[in-house]
Design a protein around this ligand. Structure first.
Ligand SMILES: Cc1cc2nc3c(=O)[nH]c(=O)nc-3n(C[C@H](O)[C@H](O)[C@H](O)COP(=O)(O)OP(=O)(O)OC[C@H]3O[C@@H](n4cnc5c(N)ncnc54)[C@H](O)[C@@H]3O)c2cc1C
Ligand code: SF4
Length: 530
């Protein structure tokens, strides 16, 4: 049995910094680790839970996974210098906690794998420079592509588009290729088969996902979060997330066996009180690096090759991980820090208060926000075409929308959250991520879910007391940005349809949209919150 050490070796050679989203036991930062001379540094600091108003499930997941990683490393006989957060502790920063540790451990060198967050990278570099210690940043092997490879792909291109990068990665990594090196099945992309809705009878029978009941360590963390972050949004009663690599592997196996077969078909569909449907629930495990994305991609390809799932399901899932996940990381690092401040549509409204409470009159928003606060989860179309769409058309400042998404989802880490929110969902980057703003009336939500049949609003109406706020704000959005959108070919049909709206209707839509804004984003004054 190896000894468990929590003191620094007398003469620390390397201090290996491990952040809450770097819990990979095979991380490059641990290459060459010498248990006799090196130590791992980890810290739970208040700032990481308060720089955005982090939800309780998100804080609990990070702290629990960190403590499990610490204990697993100690069981290997490694020294882990770990700062636990106290229930009533002061809010300190990563840089302050690191400076304290350096003063006692006196390492010769600091080592880290590439951080996932520009802000954290800057603060750790400054902390190292302040004490004149070398900080060696190693390539993060978790991803299929390095940042240098993405930059080489981006160089000289007028426009960056997922599709080309995705094909490049498929070829380079030999994923879903036929014997001649072309795409399996003849097409690179089966997106057109990924847009099914459930119809009146609702989702077909499906098994509930495997559960992860909190163990003693997680229960300890849950008590801490209740005590220290009582005022933060969200709930912990249903906390049920993988917190170790073994849990993450089980979550992946369960998805591949039970939900992947219909993942492609129903990827965009929504249904009241059905948070998981055919989704994998593995984003948080991957983003904390408990799960290797190669394991997910290879498992999906294997399921296709053994005939267990259709090609469109395997390709649709693989495109999200080998495609989108790698692509958004490249975008983030290529455009930060200016990306964070971009606001191409000049949007300046505040975020409606009901985003923090779920107390909304609109069934689609109430359901998506409610489950987000309860579980720390909503699937992609709920994020893009319900909460994101509403904020975009209302005209909320993109940075405020970003802060909400970063706070409430258990899988939220800035490198993946920011391009999805500010770019794909809010068009704040003016078209780097998406070739057009994703805007739609309430009829899109009606087609893809049962929400409208449970709602007092009518998705076909844009004016009047029972007008669907999405439909009102859709036409208002087109009017407010008509000149800009007229120059975008992909918006031509929508702009042409706007041309058919009479002056009287335009005025009535504008008035209704102004009323919604003056109510803080709610259609009725009585529900204006916070
Ligand atoms: C406004 C907005 C904010 C988002 N914020 C985050 C975030 O903070 N963290 C995050 O991991 N994803 C984010 N996404 C992408 C996506 O919504 C989530 O990855 C997904 O919903 C997680 O649930 P799941 O694991 O069940 O995914 P599934 O639907 O089962 O998809 C499989 C996997 O593909 C990857 N993936 C899917 N879509 C994307 C995407 N657009 N970008 C990157 N990876 C993707 C994820 O790793 C996911 O686990 C966001 C999307 C939008 C529109
Ligand atoms: S009618 Fe409008 S607000 Fe109500 S659920 Fe449908 S889309 Fe949402």
């Amino acid at each position: 049995m190896p000894s468990i050490r929590s003191e620094a070796p007398r003469q620390t050679r390397h201090l290996v910094l491990v952040l809450g989203d770097q819990l990979d036991p095979t991380s490059s930062a641990l290459d060459g680790f010498d248990a006799a001379r090196d130590a791992i540094w980890m810290a739970e600091v208040g700032e990481e839970s308060t720089h955005v108003w982090s939800s309780k499930p998100r804080i609990a997941l990070f702290l629990s996974a960190m403590r499990h990683f610490r204990d697993a490393q100690r069981a290997l006989g490694r020294t882990v210098l770990y700062t636990e957060m106290l229930a009533d502790g002061a809010t300190d920063t990563l840089a302050e906690a690191l400076a304290r540790c350096i003063a006692t451990a006196r390492p010769e060198r600091l080592i880290i794998a590439e951080p996932g967050d520009w802000r954290v990278q800057q603060s750790l570099e400054a902390a190292a420079a302040a004490v004149r210690l070398p900080l060696e940043t190693r390539t993060d092997r978790h991803f299929f592509a390095t940042l240098a490879e993405f930059n080489a792909h981006a160089k000289g291109r007028k426009q960056l588009r997922l599709e080309y990068y995705y094909r490049e990665l498929r070829r380079q990594h030999g994923v879903l290729l036929d014997a001649k090196g072309g795409p399996e099945g003849g097409d690179w992309n089966y997106d057109a088969e990924n847009r099914g809705a459930f119809g009146r009878s609702g989702p077909p029978a499906h098994a509930a996902p495997v559960t992860f009941a909190p163990d003693a360590l997680t229960r300890e963390v849950i008590a801490l979060v209740h005590a220290r972050f009582a005022a933060h949004p969200g709930d912990l009663a249903a906390f049920d997330w993988p917190v170790t690599p073994a849990d993450a592997e089980r979550a992946l196996d369960d998805f591949i066996a039970h939900r992947l077969p219909r993942f492609g078909e129903f990827q965009d569909a929504m249904w009241h009180d059905e948070p998981w449907l055919f989704h994998s629930r593995i984003a948080a495990a991957m983003n904390l690096k408990l799960l290797d994305p190669r394991a997910a991609v290879h498992a999906a390809e294997r399921a296709f090759r053994t005939g267990a799932v259709p090609l469109a399901a395997a390709e649709g899932f693989i495109r999200q991980i080998l495609g989108w996940r790698e692509y958004v990381r490249g975008i983030y690092w290529l455009f930060m820090p200016r990306y964070l401040e971009s606001n191409a549509l000049g949007a300046h409204e505040p975020l409606p208060g009901f985003y923090w409470t779920g107390d909304a009159e609109m069934d689609c928003l109430k359901d998506a926000i409610g489950q987000t606060l309860r579980l720390g989860y909503a699937h992609h179309i709920q994020r893009l075409m319900v909460t994101g769409l509403y904020a975009l058309m209302l005209g909320v400042e993109p940075k405020r929308v970003h802060e909400w998404y970063l706070a409430v989802y258990v899988d939220a880490v800035e490198w993946v959250e920011l391009p999805n929110t500010l770019g794909m969902s809010q068009y704040g980057d003016g078209g780097i991520m998406a070739s057009k703003p994703y805007v739609a009336t309430g009829k899109y939500i009606q087609r893809m879910s049962d929400h409208c049949s449970r709602c007092r609003f009518d998705p076909a109406k844009s004016t009047g007391d029972d007008a669907c706020p999405f439909t009102t704000l859709y036409w208002d959005f087109l009017m407010r940005h008509e000149t800009l959108l007229a120059g975008n070919q992909r918006m031509a049909l929508q702009v042409r349809n706007l041309g058919r709206v009479s002056d009287a209707d335009r005025a009535a839509i504008r008035a209704r949209a102004a009323e919604i804004r003056s109510n803080g984003g709610a259609p009725s004054r009585s529900l204006t919150l916070l």
